[in-house]
Structure formats: structure tokens, C-alpha cells
Design a protein around this ligand. Structure first.
Ligand SMILES: [Ca+2]
Length: 175
């Protein structure tokens, strides 16, 4: 099989579009320049037309927009309450805050926790959005309390909790 590919249409930089309105012709030229060193996209527009067959040209108007690389990152902070003199049968509650301190939205966040105690390791769950930085409403969770937070936007923080009941073995091994 020998399919001939369609001729590619070459787009010239600063492609011009011609618009005719009544007796005047308006030509809008937009020059596009992507500068990696400055991390901006700059473009300049100039309008041209005619009056009595004479050209009329506008000022150039330039605008720049900045670009930045994706930087996915998150920060976890763990705390316990209470932290001292726990006796067998008492419960320690662990709180874990996970902040999206990068610049892109993160998905499906969960926590693993390990410990050196006798009983099963804490299982972080009960996830709630604790900080919704502007713009608000851009983080969400599909299933409450399943230990997975589904969408966490930049600047937002989700909090997980877990508990552990101190066992007599824990006390005996640490006396
Ligand atoms: Ca937000």
C-alpha cells in the first residue's frame, strides 16, 4: 500500500489574515516568539488598513505571558496525640497533613505508615480537605474515608487520621 500523504500546509511565522470591510482593508499581523531563556511567550500585533489607497498602520501592541515547567511535589507532616505516658489499652491518634506544594494538581494520594509496635500499623484514612487555598473548590474526593484523596490542587492540604491502641506487649518490651 502506498498512500500518498496530503501536502502539509506550511505556516509562516507572523501569518497574516486579510479582512475587508467596506472600502478599507484591515490587515492584522501577529508575530509569535517563544523565548526559552526568558520563559515568556511574547507577541506583537499591528493593524494595517488603507485610506484613499494610502496605507494606515497602527502602533505595535505587545503582550507577554510567562511559562514554567511542571514541578510535582508534596509535603507530609505527621503528629501524634497524646505523645507521652501511654498505658496499655490507651489510644494514640496520628494526624497526617499532606500539602501539595508543587505547581500541578496531584491525584490519588494515600499514605503508608510503619511502626515498631506489637499491633498492626496505623492505617491512615478519614481524609478531609483541611486547607483549600484559592482558587477554592479545585480539590475533591470521590469516596470518603477510604484512605485515598483523589484530586489535590496546588496549595491545598488534605489531612488523614489513624489510631493505634497501645498493647501490653508494647509496654513490656519498652520498660
Ligand atoms: Ca484550592
Amino acid at each position: 500500500m502506498n498512500h500518498k500523504s496530503p501536502t502539509s500546509q506550511q505556516k509562516k511565522p507572523g501569518a497574516a489574515r486579510l479582512v475587508t470591510a467596506h472600502s478599507a482593508a484591515l490587515l492584522l499581523a501577529v508575530g509569535l516568539n517563544i523565548s526559552a531563556a526568558r520563559a515568556t511567550i511574547d507577541n506583537t500585533a499591528i493593524a494595517t488598513g488603507t485610506y484613499a489607497a494610502a496605507p494606515v498602520t497602527s502602533n505595535p501592541s505587545t503582550v507577554s505571558v510567562s511559562v514554567v515547567a511542571s514541578a510535582p511535589h508534596m509535603l507530609v507532616t505527621k503528629s501524634a496525640n497524646p505523645t507521652t505516658n501511654l498505658r496499655a489499652g490507651e489510644t494514640v491518634t496520628y494526624t497526617y497533613t499532606v500539602k501539595n506544594d508543587g505547581n500541578v494538581t496531584l491525584r490519588n494520594i494515600s499514605l503508608a505508615d510503619v511502626h515498631n509496635a506489637a499491633g498492626p500499623a496505623p492505617s491512615p484514612s478519614l481524609e478531609v480537605l483541611s486547607i483549600d487555598a484559592p482558587p477554592v473548590g479545585d480539590s475533591s474526593d470521590v469516596t470518603p474515608s477510604d484512605g485515598v484523596w483523589n484530586v489535590l490542587a496546588p496549595g491545598d492540604t488534605v489531612t488523614f487520621k489513624a489510631t493505634y491502641i497501645v498493647q501490653q506487649t508494647d509496654v513490656d518490651q519498652r520498660q
